[in-house]
Design a protein around this ligand. Structure first.
Ligand code: PMP
Length: 359
């Protein structure tokens, strides 16, 4: 619904809809790349106990610096990182907005490579940052030479690289990240929301942090960690870059409840991440099954697969919805994205797709 004329919203925001995938809780949800395995009763008990302890202090503001949580996140990341190298916020969405607030802004430019995460242009819009989208190659990789040329031409203050990329699943070789770092005049952000799902041999940009002070690597507890509802994302970077983000954050942005829940969850990292191997296997099976049925399938290092191509992808998406399976109509025209679910959920998807699109 468009806003009524009398609402005095910023002119450049007029006509936009709030972003978000449909939320249809009765359907099998393979549309927002969540971990289908909920935390166990034991983990839930520990989270509840930590939240209860925090509740007894809720008359006070939380630790503005989220000190303990940041230290735990640094320990989880390894690579000799400390709490000073890490910043946390309400999902990596908020982290990314803070990055654009601190390093983008009026008169500044952000560059990314499409197709990619559809929220980036919105962070740019909301922070009045000029948005420039380069193109990925037909196989959804980023051509380092083309990236370098675009960055030399645009001189962006922020480069957003996504690895593995959403919605294509494509991971970037470190050589591409390094080529970008060599020419980018501003910060380079590698969004690694799906890093834990990457295939053996696919590197993480965390390896480049100690030699590249303008590199930021963002992560989230929403995906592999099975904590999407907890809303915790984070970034690793040079402590001076983290200090820049602290300038734009709202005071007390991360509630005591969130900090307690996330810290308790991190103590169970091994258990929460235990299903990641199974999900990676299921992802490879899913890709092979789709390819076996003759679809084009994008190579994926994430917990979802982009496949196509359909003359009328909306009809296929709707046909699946009608059969109780919700996937995502996103990415380039003709393609659809499906997240990896439990074996039962995958069976339901396979059955429904064979009905909707018998080949
Ligand atoms: N980055 C990418 C590439 C994503 O796909 C998502 C979630 N869909 C996010 C960031 C944001 O996730 P969250 O805010 O839950 O951490």
């Amino acid at each position: 619904m468009p806003l009524p004329e009398w609402v005095p919203i910023r002119e450049d925001l007029r006509g936009y809809e709030p972003y978000g995938a449909p939320q249809l809780p009765d359907l099998i949800s393979l549309n927002v790349n969540e971990n289908p395995y909920a935390p166990s009763e034991a983990v839930a008990d520990d989270i509840a106990a930590a939240v209860r302890a925090a509740a007894l202090g809720l008359n006070r503001y939380p630790d503005r610096e989220a000190t303990e949580l940041r230290e735990r996140l640094a320990q989880y990341l390894g690579h000799d990182l400390t709490g000073d190298h890490v910043w946390a916020a309400n999902g990596s969405n908020e982290v990314m907005l803070q990055i654009l607030q601190a390093f983008g802004g009026p008169g500044r430019t952000a560059v990314s490579f499409a197709p990619t995460y559809s929220m980036y242009p919105e962070y740019a819009r909301d922070t009045h940052t000029r948005w420039v989208a380069g193109r990925r190659a037909d196989d959804f990789t980023v051509d380092p030479q083309a990236a370098v040329e675009l960055i030399k031409a645009e001189q962006p203050d922020v480069v957003l690289l996504t690895s593995p990329n959403n919605p294509t699943g494509t991971a970037l070789p470190l050589a591409t990240v390094e080529a970008v770092l060599d020419v980018a005049p501003g910060v380079v952000v590698v969004d690694e929301a799906y890093a834990e799902f990457r295939r053996a041999g696919t590197p993480t940009a965390l390896e480049l942090l100690d030699t590249h002070p303008r590199l930021l690597v963002t992560r989230t507890m929403s995906k592999a960690f099975a904590l999407a509802g907890g809303r915790v994302g984070y970034v690793a970077a040079d402590p001076a870059v983290i200090d820049a983000l602290r300038i734009v954050r709202l005071p007390y942005h991360l509630s005591a409840v969130t900090q307690a829940a996330a810290t308790a969850a991190l103590a169970h990292a091994d258990e929460l991440l235990a299903q990641v191997d199974a999900l990676r296997e299921a992802r490879d099976e899913l890709a092979a099954w789709l390819a076996g049925r003759g679809y084009d399938v994008a190579e994926s290092d994430a917990n979802f697969v982009l496949f196509g191509r359909f003359a009328d992808r909306h009809a296929v998406w709707q046909g699946l919805v009608d059969r109780g399976v919700l996937i995502r109509e996103t990415g380039p025209e003709g393609w659809l994205r499906v997240s990896v679910g439990t074996p039962e959920e995958m069976d339901a998807f396979y059955t429904a797709l064979m009905e909707v699109d018998p080949r």
